[in-house]
Ligand binder design. Structure first.
Ligand SMILES: [Zn+2]
Length: 563
């Protein structure tokens, strides 16, 4: 749709989740900043007109300084940041080099570094003046002026696409990401650097955050950028803090150009006090941004839910559960059922084997029981769906809840959902075991104690972290390693997802608790101790997905050399 150049663009639905529910936050100069109620995306609405943006992106937008020496200093910093980005990309993508596309390449600081590192490069840049400068600096690469969609690049051409401080500028980020998806080769990688509206500087400075500018049309956070990527066909996503190489002088000049009360005067004062050498020393700083790595995945014609059913000595309920599960239909989702049976002694294995020829059922038969955690982990490894749900082989939970729990995932509003047994209006719906009042009290106290402990240790406000109903995108598991075998796996899964940065939403579910007589497998005194130990260990454990990816390349390499 062609807009007259002077007309502001009004946004009718959220760029990420297509919700129409957004509310006004505040204004920057005369631009309204709104927030999506469903996915938390912050964006300008209406967006500035083409004429306004044209004035902002005038010829000196990329210069950053008036003097040649100043421009050189800025270029040095940008190239240092580019080399850092390239080394992080190598950790994620391995040592291979191929075709690289940078959209919004400015006057080519990243491209120069990428070319030197061995990539064959293509740049696209909106400003013709910046394009010309970039062309002069490159040996072989091509730089095209204009916008990505207008360039009409051939499909499946690039191994890597780089968007450094770009996605916040485009009018329609999802269309933009889909175009990137189209031009990437299968398995091609995407690197994004962009401001994060949940970064420390954004939390601290709020409306005065330095990233709020009329030309920044969209402000992602770690959750909704991942959702945006997932919705446009990317997976294996890793989010890291957005390091940049800067020096004091650059930061001071930035805040002189875009003054912020308190910050600008303090920096000006420091400029008089600090020795000159210190002011120009390069430092790695994480301020307002995030770095995101993702890979192109194939878009499924229909999304798939993998339901993992660990079954051990559950003969009384297993078949009833399976039959309900097989009858279950979900709009817009296929169901794949993965049963992990751990050599039960009560006939569960025979009951499980009856489903072996069913097209939608995969059986994993363990030779010996090694704990529920071990069984679930085996199931997770075999799962191929877009979403994962873990279903105990008893009838404590209601399968009718699937629809509600999956809705925010399928609608692209969330990555991780917990079904809360104690939420909603019925706050007193705790565990009640008939005729066992003391036991109820003890178990409820334990629930309260461990919930509080998790909330304190991991900065959460969860009501029911121990629910069986943990539903999430399978991609959330990427580059996480699990080792717990028993009931402590429930903790491990939850906490590693939290620590990787996923913020669960909690929705109320139906629930009927089993008493111990009916076969509850938690051992009263031993398990709480295991849980305490597990929690302490998980609080201290190092969660470093990028390192896991890097190690897997190293392992593959070692394997090849050996073979
Ligand atoms: Zn939204």
């Amino acid at each position: 749709m062609a807009h007259p150049t002077s007309e502001k663009h009004s946004v009718k639905i959220c760029h990420v989740c297509r919700s129409a529910r957004f509310y006004y936050l505040f204004s920057i100069s005369d631009h309204r900043v709104v927030r999506c109620d469903d996915c938390g995306l912050v964006f300008l609405n209406p967006q500035p007109s083409n004429a306004e943006l044209g004035r902002i992106y005038s010829a000196d937008y990329f210069l950053g300084s008036e003097s040649e020496a100043g421009r050189q200093a800025v270029s040095d910093l940008k190239q240092a940041t580019a080399r850092f980005y390239l080394s992080e990309i190598q950790r994620y993508y391995g040592g291979r080099k191929g075709q690289l596309l940078e959209v919004g390449c400015g006057d080519g600081d990243f491209l120069v570094s990428a070319e030197a590192a061995g990539w064959q490069i293509t740049g696209i840049e909106y400003s013709e003046a910046a394009c010309e400068k970039a062309r002069q600096r490159l040996k072989h690469g091509t730089v095209r002026s204009g916008e990505l969609q207008a360039a009409k690049l051939p499909a499946a051409q690039f191994d890597l696409c780089v968007l450094s401080d770009v996605i916040e500028h485009v009018r329609s980020p999802l269309d933009f990401l889909r175009e990137i998806h189209r031009v990437l080769k299968p398995g091609g990688a995407l690197f994004i650097a962009t401001p994060a509206s949940d970064s420390w500087s954004a939390r601290l400075m709020r409306q005065k955050w330095m990233e709020f500018k009329p030309e920044h049309l969209t402000y992602f956070d770690r959750q909704n950028l991942q959702t945006a990527l997932f919705n446009s066909g990317f997976s294996e996503i890793i989010v890291q803090p957005g390091w940049k190489i800067l020096n004091f002088d650059y930061i001071k000049l930035h805040f002189q150009r875009f003054p912020v009360s308190l910050v600008t005067p303090v920096l000006n004062l420091l400029a008089h006090l600090l020795p000159r050498q210190t002011q120009f020393k390069q430092r790695r700083i994480v301020a307002s941004g995030m770095m995101v790595f993702a890979r192109k995945s194939e878009l499924h014609p229909q999304a798939v839910l993998s339901v993992i059913v660990p079954a051990f000595n559950e003969v009384k309920t297993f078949s009833a559960l399976m039959d309900t599960l097989l009858r279950k239909e979900l709009p817009a989702l296929q169901i794949e059922i993965i049963v992990v049976e751990s050599n039960s002694t009560d006939g569960t294995r025979e009951a499980v084997l009856k489903y072996r020829d069913h097209a939608r059922v995969k059986l994993i038969l363990e030779e010996q029981p090694r704990g529920k955690g071990h069984a679930v982990r085996a199931g997770l490894k075999a799962a191929t769906g877009d979403y994962i749900l873990i279903q105990d082989a008893d009838l404590e939970y209601d399968l009718e809840d699937y629809d509600g729990l999956l809705e925010p995932l399928v609608a692209g509003r969330a990555a991780f959902v917990l079904g809360s047994r104690h939420g909603g209006r019925n706050v007193w719906k705790m565990r009640q075991f008939t005729g066992q009042h003391g036991l109820s009290l003890f178990v409820n106290f334990g629930h309260w104690f461990f919930t509080t402990l998790i909330n304190v240790l991991f900065f959460q406000r969860l009501r029911d972290p121990f629910t069986m109903f943990k539903v999430f995108r399978r991609d959330c598991l990427y580059a996480l390693e699990f080792e717990c075998d028993r009931f402590d796996f429930d903790f491990e899964l939850l906490i590693k997802l939290l620590r990787k940065g996923y913020q669960p939403i909690e929705l109320p579910v139906n629930y009927r608790s089993r008493s111990f007589k009916e076969g509850k497998k938690v051992r009263m005194f031993r398990d709480p101790l295991t849980w305490l130990k597990a929690l302490t260990r998980l609080r201290c454990a190092k969660i470093d997905p990028m390192n896991v990816v890097e190690q897997s390349f190293a392992a593959n390499q070692a394997e090849k050399t050996k073979g």
